[in-house]
Design a protein around this ligand. Structure first.
Ligand SMILES: [Zn+2]
Length: 274
C-alpha cells in the first residue's frame, strides 16, 4: 500500500511538473494518444497489490495450485506463450504475464490486472468450445494490460481531480485516500467501449501470428450473446456494437487466413480441471 501511494504520488507530481514546464500531456511510455498519468511501474505496483488481495482471500478466490494441476496450467501456459512469442506486446519482457486459474464453475469471467497478472475462472474455461476461443479471450485480456487500459481509465476517473488537488495544494488527505482506493477498484473497473474494441483488435493481431484461428475472441462473444443470463464478463467488459463485424474486418485486413481451433485438445484441458 505504501509503495503504491508513493509511486502514485511520484508520477502525479512528475506530471504536474511536466504540465507546468512544457505543457506536455502525453505519457512517453504510451504509443497511442491516450493520456495516462501513471507510469508503467505504477501499473505493475497496482497489479501486485491486486494479486496480494486475491492471495489473501482464498475463500473468495480459490486459485488452483499450479503444481497439483500442472496439466491444466500447461494448457493455459501454452496459449500465453504462443501469444508472447509473436513479439507484438510492448511489455512482453517488462511484465511477468503470470496466469492463475480460479476454481469457480459458476463464474464466467477472466481478467487481467495492470502489469499483466491474468486470472481465468474455471466457469469460463468450461463455457468455451475450443482452444482458439480461449486463446482469443486470453489475447483480449493481455491486450488490456499491454495497452494499459486500466490506468487509462483510472486517469479519466481520478486524474484531473488528483492533479487539481496537487496543483492547488489543497486537501492532501483526500489525495492519499483517492490513490489508496485505486487498487481496490481496479478489479471491478469497467473498460470503455474503445478499450474493448482495441483489446479485440489486438487479440486478432496476436493470434494471427500463431497457429490459432485469429477470430477466436469473436467466437466467444457470439456464444456469450446466446447465453441466457448476462455473464459476469460483461460487467467489466461492456459489449460494444458491431463487435463481430470489427473483429472480422481486422482479420480480413490481415489477409483472412484461417487457423486451427484445437477442439479436441481443449477437451483435455477441461478434463484436467477439478
Ligand atoms: Zn475487455
Amino acid at each position: 500500500m505504501n509503495k503504491l501511494i508513493f509511486t502514485g504520488f511520484s508520477s502525479v507530481l512528475m506530471l504536474a511538473a511536466m504540465l507546468f514546464m512544457a505543457g506536455c500531456s502525453k505519457d512517453k511510455d504510451d504509443n497511442d494518444n491516450t493520456f495516462n498519468i501513471f507510469s508503467v511501474n505504477d501499473d505493475i505496483a497496482l497489479g501486485i497489490q491486486l494479486k496480494q488481495e486475491i492471495e489473501a482471500h482464498p475463500g473468495d478466490y480459490p486459485v488452483l495450485d499450479s503444481t497439483q494441476y500442472k496439466n491444466a496450467y500447461d494448457h493455459i501456459y501454452r496459449m500465453r506463450d504462443a501469444i508472447l512469442a509473436t513479439n507484438l506486446l510492448t511489455y512482453e519482457d517488462k511484465f511477468d504475464w503470470e496466469v492463475k486459474i480460479i476454481h469457480n464453475d459458476s463464474v464466467l469471467n477472466a481478467f487481467c490486472a495492470p502489469g499483466g497478472f491474468i486470472y481465468f475462472y474455471t466457469g469460463l474455461i468450461r463455457f468455451l468450445d475450443n482452444e482458439a476461443q480461449c486463446a482469443g479471450v486470453l489475447g483480449h485480456e493481455m491486450a488490456h494490460a499491454d495497452r494499459r487500459h486500466s490506468t487509462d481509465q483510472l486517469t479519466k476517473a481520478y486524474g484531473l481531480q488528483l492533479l487539481f488537488s496537487i496543483v492547488l495544494g489543497n486537501n492532501p488527505a483526500q489525495i492519499t485516500e483517492i490513490v489508496a482506493g485505486l487498487a481496490a477498484g481496479v478489479a471491478s473497473l469497467a473498460f470503455s467501449r474503445n478499450a474493448e474494441y482495441e483489446a479485440d483488435e489486438y487479440s486478432v493481431k496476436y493470434l494471427y501470428q500463431t497457429e490459432y484461428d485469429a477470430r477466436g475472441v469473436g467466437g466467444f462473444f457470439l456464444k456469450l450473446d446466446s447465453s441466457p443470463q448476462p455473464p459476469e464478463f460483461l460487467s467489466t467488459h461492456p459489449h460494444p456494437d458491431n463487435r463481430y463485424d470489427k473483429i472480422n474486418e481486422v482479420w480480413q485486413g490481415l489477409g483472412g487466413k484461417e487457423g486451427e481451433l484445437f477442439a479436441e485438445r481443449y477437451q483435455e484441458f477441461i478434463n484436467s480441471l477439478p
